[in-house]
Design a protein around this ligand. Structure first.
Ligand code: C5P
Length: 232
């Protein structure tokens, strides 16, 4: 039995025998609105592991490194161990979600250029939006690191937007997390899945992401399975 290092809302992380390598196990738990809404959705973990693994591989093929090492089973990935930077980096191509609430922009408005936002990862505070001055004042990351986070997030967007568009899907927005390796290199980490992105079917406009669960607007597993089908 390996030692569990961390349990999050959607994943558990275990030690492995290999130094610097961890095992991530995707869970079926779904949470939204900072944990206020919770359910176990059979099959979600498997779908997210499959989708996230494919997206990390796709990024790798385009020169974007991440913590992803390999998919080892239906529910598990091996990843490189990193120190997670407590920032959520959100990239938006189409106005939706909190951007609409905060700015009054109309949902569905195509943005002339992607918007990059930073949120401080803190459940107790509800992950507040922070700017570069806050990040400096709070010592969350160096200025040069923030530049790297922004560049890397935009590069991920450049790779994934056309990848999904070719498959009839709009990548509306997504959240990334990054970590520092022992050598101090910044590496893309966590997951990229319908739990952390918004995907709209271009033909029907339907959500193929966690909004299905957030707003009880459809069957989450069916939406995620449809998305995975487009990638295979
Ligand atoms: O809620 P909001 O519109 O700010 O979310 C933007 C994007 O970031 C969405 O794709 C959402 O799924 C993702 N997100 C996330 N985890 C959070 C907040 C947002 O994955 N804690």
């Amino acid at each position: 039995m390996s030692v569990m290092l961390y349990e999050g809302k959607a994943k558990r992380i275990y030690e492995t025998d290999e130094p610097g390598v961890l095992r991530v196990v995707y869970k079926d738990d779904a949470t939204a609105f900072n944990g206020e809404k919770k359910e176990v959705l059979q099959g979600k973990g498997k779908l997210n592991n499959e989708i996230s693994s494919r997206l990390f591989q796709q990024l790798k093929a385009h020169g974007v490194d991440s913590h992803f090492v390999s998919q080892v089973s239906e529910l598990e990935q091996l990843v490189r161990s990193v120190d997670i930077i407590p920032l959520e980096v959100v990239v938006r191509n189409i106005a939706c979600g909190s951007l609409v609430k905060r700015t009054g922009m109309e949902r569905g408005t195509k943005l002339a250029a992607p918007i990059v936002e930073f949120y401080y990862k803190d459940d107790a505070l509800g992950d507040p939006l922070v700017n570069r001055s806050h990040i400096q004042a709070m010592h969350l990351a160096e200025e040069a690191e923030v530049n790297q986070l922004q560049e890397k997030a935009l590069r991920v967007n450049e790779v994934l937007v056309p990848y999904f568009a070719e498959r009839g899907v709009d990548l509306v927005d997504f959240k990334l997390e990054f970590g520092r390796t022992a050598e101090g290199t910044i590496l893309l980490a966590d997951e990229i899945s319908p739990d952390t992105c918004r995907f709209w079917d271009q033909a029907s406009g339907e959500s193929l992401d966690k909004d299905l669960f957030r707003f009880s607007s459809g069957n989450l597993q069916e939406g995620y399975a449809q998305l995975l089908e487009r990638l295979t």
